[in-house]
Design a protein around this ligand. Structure first.
Ligand code: F0G
Length: 460
């Protein structure tokens, strides 16, 4: 039987319909930087699944009744109850978004000379590790390097590499192991419970704290029920609870699986660490019972956390992404396999072999999706991950040239996604028409947000 989303849509927002000429002007005016394109010129916005999901009537009803007391508000206690039940952790601190959770936790857990080990650090996560003076080291499993492999858990951390590092000369400097579920920086692939249990054992053996970056904990739990032997009959809530309990704590952005516009939390087992985090939180985010969130945000995330683990919702969302993946494959475009849930990662390097890394095939495809259909998405290739010299020439390309199509929760219907596949299919019919791009100007930090690019005319 075909799955369907367990909700009907009662409030809608109009989306802009533009002409190709308008889009050409807008994109040139934005110096070919997607972050400078105004949202009211974007028809289908697949830039991120973060803070872009539709809220439910129940979330808005809860928000309307929010308590904005500075200390000990009713909204805080409702939020706390939901998060405690989910994570099983005794110390819970609200923060305004995931990167604030990272800054507060890593500021207390890491520092100069320390090392953070991860399956893959998300970009803000890496930045917050490095801002403490520590080193962020990625140890993705070997299967992750094969984009076409259909291994079910390509988000896993490489356990051999983890053990080697913990027992090797750098072992004493490891300040944390941070496992990202699902692995956003690694193709949105899930992490198995067996992998999490093995990390737990290694961390116990070496006395190193084990944290989760649990931004997409519900989608990871769902994929475990679908792919991991022994978890077939489990409710996603049980799997998520087990994952949180295996760790010593977590940083969790709630803009993804909290299905909320804003919010995050830190949950911790260790009272001393929680106390240090709390002092930092109060000085920089807000008091411990609101942490930078308004009462209505606390209510929306508490209700969102109840809704996100509904198996009907997770099944329908997974089917939606899988349907788009099928259409994209039929159009002759390869994606990182197997399809995850929050996003599909297009293999732009393979679709556009005439564009060398210095012409940025991922960026070229992202620009073409906008020009051809008003679709906005993000490059994850040499523009984002490559190394550049002072003249903005690429000196070391990224291993892959990808484009991420992130799917906001409860926001687009199947026909919107079919439109995306149609646009991609029209590009894939004449890929050699897609032009190259060059960097005109790039700031030294947070490059991809502030890049200025130019198109290389095709007839040259
Ligand atoms: N960790 C992961 C795995 C993320 O994907 C993100 C954000 C964060 C932490 C930071 O959370 O945005 O609440 O501060 N990812 C968004 C994205 C921005 O588009 O993937 P935040």
């Amino acid at each position: 039987m075909k799955s369907f989303p367990p909700y009907r849509i009662q409030v809608v927002r109009e989306i802009p319909i533009t002409t190709r000429q308008e889009r050409e002007e807008v994109l040139a005016g934005a110096a070919y930087n997607m972050f400078d394109v105004p949202a009211n010129k974007v028809t289908i916005d697949l830039l991120t699944d973060s803070g872009t999901g539709a809220v439910s009537a129940a979330q808005e009803a809860a928000a309307a009744g929010a308590d904005r007391s500075y200390a000990g508000s009713d909204s805080y206690f409702r939020f706390r109850e939901v998060v405690a039940e989910l994570t099983g952790q005794p110390h819970i601190l609200p923060v305004h978004q995931g990167r604030a959770a990272e800054r507060v936790l890593f500021g207390s857990a890491l520092g100069p000379g320390r090392i953070s080990l991860s399956n893959t650090h998300f970009d803000t996560t890496r930045a917050n590790v490095e801002l403490t003076g520590a080193e962020a080291r990625d140890l993705p499993c070997p299967e992750a390097a094969d984009l076409d492999s259909t291994d079910p858990f390509k988000g896993n951390i490489d356990l051999d590499a983890l053990e080697r590092t913990l027992t090797g000369p750098d072992g004493g400097r490891v300040g944390q192991v941070l496992v990202t579920i699902t692995n956003n920086g690694g193709g949105g692939q899930p992490v198995s419970m067996a992998n999490l249990r093995a990390v737990r054992r290694l961390c116990d053996r070496h006395g190193v704290p084990f944290f989760l970056d649990a931004a997409r904990f519900a989608e990871n739990a769902w994929l475990v029920t679908q792919r991991e032997p022994g978890y077939g009959g489990h409710a996603p809530r049980e799997v998520a609870q087990e994952a949180f309990r295996l760790a010593d704590g977590c940083v969790t952005s709630l803009k993804k699986d909290g299905i909320a516009p804003m919010g995050a939390f830190i949950a911790l087992r260790d009272a001393g660490l929680a106390q240090r985090c709390e002092a930092n939180l109060i000085a920089t985010e807000g008091f411990r019972t609101y942490g930078g969130l308004a009462g209505h945000d606390l209510e929306r995330v508490a209700q969102g956390l109840r809704e996100v683990l509904d198996p009907h919702y997770l099944r329908a969302r997974t089917a939606e992404t899988a349907h788009l993946a099928d259409l994209i494959n039929e159009a002759g475009v390869d994606i990182v396999r197997p399809a995850g849930i929050h996003a599909l990662y297009l293999n732009a390097g393979r679709l556009l072999p005439h564009i060398p890394p210095r012409g940025f095939p991922g960026h070229a495809l992202a620009c073409e999706l906008y020009l051809a259909g008003g679709i906005r998405c993000a490059e994850l290739g040499s523009l984002y991950l490559g190394r550049f010299d002072d003249a903005h020439e690429l000196v070391a390309p990224a291993p892959f040239e990808l484009v991420r199509l992130a799917i906001p929760r409860r926001t687009y219907t199947e026909s919107h996604l079919e439109y995306v596949a149609d646009v991609l299919s029209s590009i894939a019919k004449n890929p050699e028409r897609v032009p190259e791009y060059r960097v005109v100007d790039a700031p030294p930090v947070l490059r991809h947000f502030n890049l200025r690019m130019r198109q290389v005319p095709r007839d040259r």
